[in-house]
Write a protein of this length. Structure first.
Length: 335
């Protein structure tokens, strides 16, 4: 305990000394302004919007990881969920007099179903063909991404826009935005997901069984639990949550599917890193994910103010991954 306190004191002392340097203060101010400032706090809304997506993807990863399953297919599941939601929002016509919210609900359900089934496919490759889940789920990202790219570049493309993107979804069915901001009400859906996942994981019978499966699938099987069923249930829930996030982005922020909009920002991979950094502790995952969102948007401010490339944020994220990997290897050696 004393060593931790001393380390924290030394860290804070070094930080204060560094901030005393004018050039460093300029960089720090640029970072804070990029993440939280801007005209009418535009950057703050941008950070919160980005954080909601990363938090959502982190919760999707968390469900699989807590079950002991390395699902790295979140990116493909996110893409297919967003694409499905866009197709429903654009091409499905409701009966006359039906509320527009019904279209959004239909799109949400379809997105979660398609993404959940895509995750199950990765599980079938593992259990049925012997392709490890880590490898199979990772490889399935590529056909999902390429298929979505082809659809919005050719048959579903909004030709008049001049870029690879779909038409806009029905205006009445879109998620409303906070007045004067770019942040939509999808943040409330993500907050609800966070609460439900934490509650589900700690208080439900299925959540307990999934945790037991994650601790030791052999022990869970010896205890009489249906481990095969739990395996597929965990994967489906994880994939479905990724599809839900895809729906939120399409019906909220972008209001259409744009090629690369879900892959270029690395939402899925940042979610994985956030879960690992939080050591799969459910209540810490949203905090970790939000920190990465602040890092990404703050990097843009540093680039504008001090000329420091925003790619520094990705470098820092990579260093976090290396640090986590090194810590894991050290732990295994100690055992």
């Amino acid at each position: 305990m004393k060593q931790r306190t001393a380390s924290l004191g030394i860290t804070l002392g070094v930080l204060l000394l560094v901030l005393a340097i004018p050039a460093v203060r300029e960089v720090a101010w640029g970072f804070l302004d990029g993440a939280l400032g801007g005209r009418n706090h535009f950057n703050l809304w941008s950070t919160m919007s980005r954080a909601s997506v990363i938090v959502g993807m982190a919760m999707a990863v968390l469900v699989a990881f807590r079950a002991g399953l390395i699902n790295l297919g979140g990116e493909g599941q996110l893409v297919l969920g967003g694409l499905t939601a866009a197709m429903i929002g654009i091409y499905v016509e409701l009966p006359e007099g039906a509320p527009p919210a019904l279209l959004a609900l239909l799109a949400l359900t379809a997105a979660m179903l398609v993404s959940g089934l895509w995750a199950l496919f990765a599980g079938w490759l593992d259990r049925g063909l012997g392709i490890p889940l880590l490898v199979g789920s990772l490889l399935l990202n590529y056909p999902a991404n390429q298929f979505a790219s082809w659809l919005v570049s050719h048959p579903l493309r909004d030709v008049m826009s001049g870029v690879a993107q779909s038409h806009k979804i029905d205006a009445a069915a879109r998620l409303p935005r906070f007045p004067g901001t770019i942040m939509d009400y999808g943040v409330f859906i993500v907050l609800l997901v966070v609460v439900l996942v934490i509650w589900f994981e700690r208080n439900s019978v299925l959540g307990y069984r999934i945790r037991m499966h994650g601790y030791s699938s052999a022990f869970a099987k010896a205890s009489g639990l249906p481990t095969t069923k739990l395996y597929y249930q965990s994967l489906f829930i994880s994939g479905a949550l990724a599809g839900l996030v895809g729906f939120i982005v399409v019906f909220g922020f972008s209001q259409r599917y744009i090629d690369g909009m879900l892959t270029a920002p690395l939402y899925a991979w940042t979610g994985v890193v956030a879960v690992l950094l939080a050591s799969t502790v459910p209540w810490l995952v949203p905090v970790s994910a939000t920190a990465f969102a602040i890092l990404a948007t703050g990097a843009g401010g540093m680039e504008r103010v001090a000329g420091i490339p925003r790619e520094v944020a990705q470098v820092i994220q990579g260093l976090v991954i290396l640090w986590l990997a090194a810590s894991s290897c050290s732990l295994h050696r100690d055992r």
